[in-house]
Design a protein around this ligand. Structure first.
Ligand code: CIR
Length: 265
């Protein structure tokens, strides 16, 4: 099965936070109106953390008129140096795609989904030789099937999983910070839906569900959001070395660590 997709994360694109970030969609984690300046600070810390882990980060400028434009993960996914251009499921976000596509096309080939389905990149989780696609309020059956065909043509396995209604995306409630390990939110997901994909399942308690979205790097290094002590302890006990980033201002617009990047190499 497919080969070179890995956790090295040598390069990534991110996008500046919108000056209209207060208008970003916020239906899940937010407890206050998203704040542009606070989010800008968190975004800078996030970029610094990626760079400290060896990722070469390219920062694209704000996309005017798109309050959610920093969440580039939803626009594209890169498979073995080819960018699959996605079709975000929220109408206010579909216009973000072309600029990300044009940028990626400067350095790699691109493929489009077939048909009129929708897929948010936030519904794609890579587990070793398998991509799991979440069916959610943003990713419909047509989109998931079309993406599945593309991923299979790259010789990876694909599984399609229903995302619980309690959450926005699959990546919001599970991630794989190292080979064979899945971190998931036990308040949102059933272990039985995941255990066939991993040797080790780490259950994040319901009050810390936001911390189920982690960014793993080789050699058991992981970036997690700050402010989630139980998850931190679970991951330390599992042998990870941890870097934390204050993601609270990004969380106010339902964004997690992975949402802010497209890893390109
Ligand atoms: C949205 O609702 O589309 C944005 N406020 C948050 C997107 C988060 N993206 C992601 O998880 N990939």
């Amino acid at each position: 099965m497919g080969g070179s997709h890995n956790r090295v994360k040598g390069s990534a694109i991110v996008r500046e936070v919108s000056t209209n970030f207060e208008d970003a969609i916020s239906n899940h984690f937010g407890t206050r109106v998203p704040d542009y300046q606070q989010a800008q600070g968190a975004h800078s810390s996030y970029i610094a953390a990626l760079r400290a882990h060896g990722t070469e980060v390219e920062v694209l400028p704000e996309l005017r008129g798109y309050p959610d434009c920093c969440f580039v993960e939803d626009a594209a996914v890169v498979l073995d140096k080819t960018a699959v251009i996605l079709a975000p499921g929220h109408p206010s976000r579909s216009g973000e795609v072309e600029s990300v596509a044009a940028h990626l096309a400067e350095t790699m080939g691109t493929i489009r989904l077939e048909g009129n389905g929708t897929v948010d990149g936030g519904d794609i989780v890579f587990l070793d030789d398998t991509f799991v696609i979440g069916r959610s309020s943003r990713t419909d059956a047509l989109g998931a099937e079309s993406l599945s065909r593309i991923i299979k043509s790259f010789d990876y396995n694909v599984e399609i999983l229903k995302v619980p209604d309690s959450t926005l995306h699959l990546t919001t409630v599970c991630s794989s910070p190292r080979e064979g390990t899945i971190v998931y939110s036990e308040g949102d997901m059933d272990a039985s839906s995941l255990d066939e994909y991993a040797d080790e399942l780490i259950a994040v308690p319901p009050q810390e569900s936001y911390a189920a979205n982690t960014l793993g790097y080789p050699n058991d290094r992981v970036i997690i959001p700050s402010g989630f002590p139980e998850t931190r302890k679970l991951l330390l006990d599992a042998g990870f070395s941890i870097t934390t980033v204050d993601m609270d201002p990004i969380m106010q617009a339902d964004g997690s660590l992975t949402c802010l990047s497209v890893f390109t190499g």
